[in-house]
Design a binder for this molecule. Structure first.
Ligand code: BTN
Length: 140
């Protein structure tokens, strides 16, 4: 029995050592959904982002995202970044993050984002950028 247990815990290929695949449907703690489409060989990807919240009062629209993952063929915990070009506001958001897989095989994208809003004068630059963190879990 101990041999079986040791094998289950240490054999490569268990859940914790699984590669994290960015492609799929993800949701964060705000209830925002994003779809990441298949990555190409250079590690670049596109997708769409449906935010649950906005800093503007305009009607929220699903918006495109463009990103790149570092070393897509390495250990699989690669860092990545993507930008969202909001289709209902003048702002842009840039996310950077890393994908993790826990011992049960659950994938999370741990990200930090910057949301830059348009201001009419550079004198207002000081208030133009918000920063935050966000964790996405796979829903499909
Ligand atoms: C805007 O308000 O001008 C565009 C929408 C911004 C939504 C932000 S991006 C960071 C944070 N995480 C989300 O899922 N939504 C908000």
């Amino acid at each position: 029995c101990c041999l079986l247990l040791a094998l289950a815990l240490f054999v490569p290929g268990d859940a914790a050592s699984r590669k994290c695949d960015l492609q799929g449907l993800w949701r964060n703690e705000l209830g925002s959904n994003m779809t990441i489409l298949a990555m190409n060989t250079a590690g670049t990807f596109s997708g769409s982002y449906h935010t649950a919240v906005a800093a503007t009062n305009k009607q929220i629209l699903v918006s495109p995202l463009q990103g790149v993952q570092q070393h897509p063929s390495a250990k699989g915990h690669g860092t990545f970044g993507f930008t969202v070009q909001w289709h209902f506001s003048d702002s842009t958001t840039a996310f950077v993050g890393q994908c993790f897989v826990d011992h049960r095989g659950k994938e999370t994208l741990e990200t930090t984002w910057l949301l830059r809003e348009e201001v009419l004068s550079h004198k207002d630059t000081w208030k133009a950028t918000r920063v935050g963190t966000s964790i996405f879990t796979r829903i499909k």
